[in-house]
Design a protein around this ligand. Structure first.
Ligand SMILES: Cc1cc2nc3c(=O)[nH]c(=O)nc-3n(C[C@H](O)[C@H](O)[C@H](O)COP(=O)(O)O)c2cc1C
Length: 173
């Protein structure tokens, strides 16, 4: 079969999806935790997989799947081998974009932020292999987090949190 015919015939956004979550949490980490719990409780495949976007030394965008290993009230943790390209890229440019897509829920979470290499991760050490193996652990400290919900009737609802002047503000898009 022709690739473009297959693409045209591919089904997307087949619900049923959760109803839009009207509660507006003041803090996006509370919303993230609630959505993650919902994903786990509703048979979402590999809910901890996310795409990590970086910028390489030539300014070219790059991305790959990594695992979200831990979350605290300051950021999102992932880890990687020291010889990996992303280690070089992050040393050069710490700008990151994370993208988590839960097909079963019609939900996408987009996170923009700065990745810092974390040396002190004792409070999340149980979740990180870096505590027992020679890996680099990073935390993306978010400046923006967007929660996307596909709607059963078509279309979507998007809620964008932005961190400004020491506090989170959010708006429906
Ligand atoms: C489901 C899945 C999970 C992965 N988890 C990680 C991970 O947590 N850390 C990691 O460094 N690579 C992980 N990888 C491999 C990366 O996608 C990538 O191939 C590798 O890290 C090299 O990327 P780089 O050359 O950009 O550094 C995972 C791949 C898949 C498909």
């Amino acid at each position: 079969m022709n690739i473009n015919e297959m693409l045209k015939d591919s089904k997307i956004m087949t619900g049923p999806f959760p109803l839009p979550d009207e509660t507006v949490h003041a803090n996006p980490f509370d919303r993230f935790t609630e959505w993650y719990a919902h994903a786990v409780e509703n048979d979402t495949k590999e809910p901890n997989s996310m795409v990590l976007g970086t910028i390489d030394e030539n300014g070219t965008a790059d991305s790959r799947v990594v695992l979200l290993k831990a979350v605290d009230e300051t950021g999102f943790y992932f880890e990687t081998g020291k010889a990996r390209s992303k280690v070089r890229q992050l040393a050069h440019n710490s700008s990151t974009a994370l993208n988590i897509y839960w097909r079963e829920q019609g939900r996408q979470i987009r996170i923009k932020g700065t990745a810092i290499q974390t040396a002190d991760f004792s409070h999340v050490a149980d979740n990180l292999d870096a505590s027992v193996r020679d890996l680099n652990a990073y935390k993306t400290v978010p400046s923006e987090i967007e929660f996307y919900q596909a709607l059963n009737e078509g279309g979507y609802a998007r809620l964008l949190y932005k961190f400004n002047d020491g506090m989170w503000k959010c708006d429906w898009l």
